[in-house]
Design a protein around this ligand. Structure first.
Ligand code: PLP
Length: 559
């Protein structure tokens, strides 16, 4: 058991005595001061709190005249819970209830002998794991998630209010937007960090500015972790978003006017795959492929015939609204036959790929692009993986080809998330996202709704609300929104409605699964979706669902 101990000049004598006594039985880390010269209590509180926050020490002990300044300073650290105790009873209770891990003592209030008894009691008392106390400790740690940006309350109340509103919305509603997720606190800490202050044009070790060693370290971590996580030969973590990641691949490989064969937007593709209103559609010759009109799934034989006929420079697979597994091995065969570059945009399924819940495109594709904020659950950003032979062309396409300085704070957050995904817990999460999606999809389907392609293999499904109930996706999404369930309207293959109205809605389970929801909750939510859509104009149903949904999500805290 490791105990970090520190004091100010008023507590230094008591500290020396305690260090001596505690060394018999504990590993004691004396953080100073060494003598009675006047000093600032905060410095020693920070040293001890850092050891406890990082896990270098199991417990901390801090001593000053009253113990109050020490507890204030230490409590500013995440995962530190400092308690000022002057009795053994207080030490017992604060361990049990608050899970205190730093003990603050008043040098004036306790005798050396009693101080020792308080410490021994403190470290010997286990934390009470019952639900009631666990819940309160969790609330203490999260402070309703507003402590993250509480400085803004005073510095910029208007911006603070926008953040507070988003926090309330996340806490109260069920988010089923298939392209969204909920980031971890660690990810947000990196994204909001001082790394945003640095200009770092270039790449680690080859920058155009001085002073880049800290950001080099962060970016190198992101690159190597991305390669390790996905088994890739090379990674570029600088693209600001998924569209920029796609742009980088086009710029690295083909010329304006060259042909790209891609799934069109209204079939589930993405704007940056060649929509006429997007740069991709303006610069390149886009030939769209469609899903099979009957199965609403990719028809690989048809894609092969088309590829051999149009001879594209790039065959692009990957989608924003495709609920089925993609056969990347088959796509590789097509690319080999047609002699084109295989590019996969796994923006939506990156988390499923990382967690082994969807086959990986990485062994097959020349380039794999992604966002880092969808199923992957990281900061908003882009990522490109490629074979080593493309590394140089890709890196120059990103910088200086299309971007200036990279967002090193966001890159650090990407690194954090890649590391999170190396845990077994995350692998279980990816499987659960898919299981949850299948269950919710079936619940809605069993209520008489037509599901595009008849089901789902991944984190999303599409409901044909037009065919099922004669309503538009727009009206369906609005009714669900009023009931506290957030989805988006979405075109379905061969849609007869405009993209503004649509015949479908897209439903995804990544975010709800991040909150810890499982199959029973999916059945409830699927039932509510059907209840609301069955009674599209009935506001009493919407109000009832909104109440029930709010009660449900209260048990599934947002990280
Ligand atoms: C979301 C998405 C992107 C890009 O998203 P950005 O908003 O540019 O980050 C690219 N491709 C696909 C398939 C997507 O779903």
């Amino acid at each position: 058991m490791k105990i970090a101990i520190g004091s100010d000049h008023c507590g230094v004598e008591l500290k020396s005595l305690l260090v001596r006594e505690l060394s018999d039985g504990f590993t004691v880390m004396d953080k100073g001061p060494a003598d009675r010269a006047s000093c600032d209590y905060c410095d020693y509180a920070v040293a001890v709190a850092t050891d406890v926050a990082s896990g270098a020490a199991d417990f901390g002990v801090l001593i000053c005249k009253t113990g109050i300044g020490m507890s204030m300073a230490a409590n500013r650290f995440q995962n530190v819970r400092a308690a000022l105790c002057s009795t053994t009873d207080a030490a017992t209770l604060t361990r049990q209830h608050n899970g205190a891990n730093v003990l603050c003592l008043s040098a004036d209030a306790v005798s050396p002998q009693y101080a020792l008894e308080i410490i021994r009691t403190f470290v010997a008392t286990p934390v009470d794991m019952s639900e009631r106390h666990a819940r309160r400790r969790w609330k203490l740690e999260r402070a309703q998630r507003l402590s993250d940006c509480s400085g803004l309350m005073r510095d910029d109340p208007e911006v603070f209010e926008a953040i507070a509103a988003q926090t309330r919305q996340e806490d109260a509603e069920i988010n089923l937007i298939a392209s969204e997720n909920t980031s971890s606190r660690a990810c947000r800490e990196a994204a909001g960090s001082v790394l945003m202050n640095k200009y770092a044009e270039g790449y680690p070790g080859k920058r155009w500015y001085s002073g880049c060693l800290p950001v080099d370290a962060a970016e190198e971590l992101a690159r190597t972790r991305a390669c390790k996580l996905f088994g890739a030969e090379h990674a570029n973590v600088q693209p600001h978003c998924g569209s920029a990641a796609n742009m980088a691949v086009y710029f690295a490989t083909i010329k304006p006017g060259d042909t790209i064969l891609s799934l069109s937007l209204d079939q589930g593709g993405h704007l940056s795959h060649g929509s006429p209103v997007n740069f991709s559609g303006k610069i390149y010759n886009i030939v769209p492929y469609t899903v099979d009109p009957k199965t609403e799934m990719l028809d690989y034989d048809a894609i092969e015939r088309q590829a051999l006929e149009v001879k594209p420079k790039i065959l692009l697979t990957g989608a924003s609204a495709y609920p089925r597994t993609i056969d990347f091995k088959r796509i590789r065969e097509i690319c080999d036959k047609a002699g084109c570059i295989m590019m996969v945009d796994m923006a939506h399924i990156a988390g499923l790929v990382a967690g082994g819940a969807h086959p990986s495109p990485v062994p097959y594709a020349d380039f794999v692009t992604s966002t880092t904020h969808k199923t992957l659950g990281g900061p908003r950003g882009g990522l490109v993986l490629c074979k080593e032979k493309w590394a140089k062309a890709l890196d120059s396409a990103v910088f200086p080809g299309m971007q200036g300085g990279p967002l090193e704070n966001i890159i650090a957050a990407k690194a954090v998330v890649f590391r999170e995904w190396m845990s077994d817990e995350k692998k279980g999460y990816a499987q659960q996202v898919v299981k949850n999606c299948a269950v919710m999809c079936k619940t809605v389907q069993d209520r008489g709704y037509r599901i595009v392609s008849g089901g789902t293999d991944n984190h999303l499904f599409l409901v044909d609300v037009k065919k099922s109930k004669g309503i538009t996706g727009k009206d369906a999404a609005a009714a669900l929104d009023a009931a506290g369930i957030i989805v988006n309207k979405n075109t379905i293959p061969f849609d007869t409605e405009s993209p503004f109205k649509t015949s479908g809605i897209r439903v995804g389970t990544a975010s709800a699964t991040t909150r810890g929801m499982k199959e029973p909750e999916m059945i409830k939510i699927g039932t509510w979706i059907a209840d609301v859509l069955d009674n599209i104009a009935d506001t009493t149903v919407q109000e009832r669902v909104k109440r029930e949904a709010a009660a449900l999500v209260a048990n599934f805290p947002v990280p």
